[in-house]
Design a protein around this ligand. Structure first.
Ligand SMILES: [Zn+2]
Length: 301
């Protein structure tokens, strides 16, 4: 009896699978997978440029993206750190999906900060931070987005860019931050991009994401696209009333003429301390950001 039922059931599943594959519904963002990828990055330890953990994490990210994307590029650049008297190689990781044409960029920084200047224990302020939220959270959301793009290509081409060297600068030296996005922007052809959406510190369990000021001033239509998508989904953590002005990886992109928005929750007490650990983050927060990106990328071409 069972031997006759199985072929029949397999046929039903194949038909159901076919309907799913052909339907217009985008694939679903898997929050548990994203959270696992946040923890996986933290398991390497702090990941400041020049460390062994930074290199291991780079290999992990490149290998993962190679299984998912059409094209993966490691964009290397040299940086001489005059304060610490050492030469470093940094790497932006670029992954492309969905064919040729003007691209929509999703980006985040994958490096973590080499110091913890806000840690209450002054004896540990010179040590690198784990960067669960400030580093791993944005990348975790983008790895899950990459998985969705591999299941169903987005209707318009998408480029995921993981910037290196975002958080390398010492306090007060803004020119020594955003090293990867500065290098990337010097090489990029702005006309190749429709827009860029930056994720930074999006994993806070107590999430509130307001339209960052420079983004609002220089990319108001993109702000409206994202926050209206969140409103349609009823995701109230995207709150048009929360306001910050931040110097982040979207600034070099804006400077070369790519409309760019920074999605960030800067109200995060463990910022630049050793308390920036996975337990301060939640799968639910990553999911909220991911669902908004799915709506924007798949349903608003
Ligand atoms: Zn930071």
């Amino acid at each position: 009896m069972s031997t006759r039922i199985w072929p029949y059931l397999a046929c039903v599943f194949m038909i159901a699978g076919g309907i799913l594959a052909c339907s217009g519904a985008p694939p679903e963002f898997d929050a548990a997978r994203a959270m696992k990828d946040l923890v996986a990055q933290c398991d390497f330890g702090p990941r400041p440029p020049g460390s062994a953990a930074h290199d291991s994490c780079r290999v992990f990210l490149v290998e993962r993206l190679r299984t998912l994307a059409d094209t993966v590029i490691e964009q290397r650049f040299a940086h001489y750190d005059s304060l610490r008297s050492r030469s470093l190689t940094m790497t932006n990781i670029i992954a492309r999906f969905g064919g040729d044409g003007k691209r929509r960029m999703l980006c985040a920084h994958w490096d973590t900060r080499p110091i913890a200047e806000h840690d209450p224990d002054s004896s540990r302020q010179h040590e690198p931070i784990l960067g669960a939220n400030d580093g791993a959270s944005g990348v975790a959301v983008l790895l899950e987005m990459a998985r969705l793009f591999s299941l169903k290509p987005p209707p318009t081409p998408v480029e995921i860019v993981l910037f290196d060297g975002e958080d390398y600068g010492p306090p007060g030296r803004l020119d020594l931050y955003l090293l990867g996005s500065q290098f990337f922007s010097r090489q990029a052809r702005p006309a190749d991009y429709e827009f860029a959406v930056l994720l930074d510190m999006v994993g806070d369990a107590d999430l509130r994401l307001g339209p960052e000021e420079y983004s609002r001033r220089f990319a108001p239509e993109l702000i409206d696209l994202i926050w209206s998508a969140a409103e349609k989904l009823g995701i109230t953590e995207f709150d048009r009333h929360a306001r910050y002005s931040l110097f982040d990886d979207h600034i070099p992109l804006l400077q070369v003429g790519i409309p760019a928005v920074d999605i960030i929750d800067f109200d995060y007490p463990p910022w630049h301390t050793h308390a920036d650990t996975p337990d301060k983050c939640s799968a639910e927060s990553l999911e909220k950001v991911g669902r908004v990106l799915v709506e924007v990328l798949y349903n608003r071409p």
